[in-house]
Design a binder for this molecule. Sequence first.
Ligand code: 6GU
Length: 216
Amino acid sequence: MKFDILTIFPEIIEEYINKGIVSIAKEKGLVEINVHNLRNWTEDNHKTVDDTPCGGGPGMVLKVEPIYRAIQDLKKENTIVAITTPKGEKLVQSKLKDFSTKSDLHMIILCGRYEGFDQRIHDNLVDYEFSIGDYVLSGGELASLVLVDGITRLLPGVLGNEESLSDESFNDGETFDYPQYTRPIEFNGWKVPEILLSGDHEKIRQWRESQKASNR
Ligand code: 6GU
């Protein structure tokens, strides 16, 4: 699995992917993540990636040429070009699962900024437009990290304990996980439920089942 992330803030992405589960997956060779500065594909001295909107209006718009050139350089035969936009298809766990089963997946992710992308990018260069929720962020970096993290942790061999995936929240799309506790068994007068200390695995399983809250 390979991701190429295009952004004007590569440091934001690097910081996240070099920690925790994603970093472990990279070290194991289960995922390759390359971060690219979109300005590398500009051709003017100021490395301009944005310009004012045609027809006027507030803000700036991401220009088509640097993004076109970057995609030409990075795209292979089976590449999915993804774009972050609040107007995109809402990202859900089942979609992450679908992606995670495609072991030869290559995705280029364009991180939006400013007022958005020149529409010709959407119309001609992009396969998959996604949003991470019904709110507006100032850039697509967080959204692209959500996508990469959500897929990467599902790749076979990434989480040492495959059980922790089969049991977890949202796996069936309808239930939350059960509550978890760890030592100390009492802190500040707040106690771990007695049953979890009983050693009775069947009772514990039933209790956990009963504690799963409905999602809706
Ligand atoms: Cl993918 N991008 C931006 N800029 N805002 C968002 C989003 C994406 N998803 C929700 N809000």
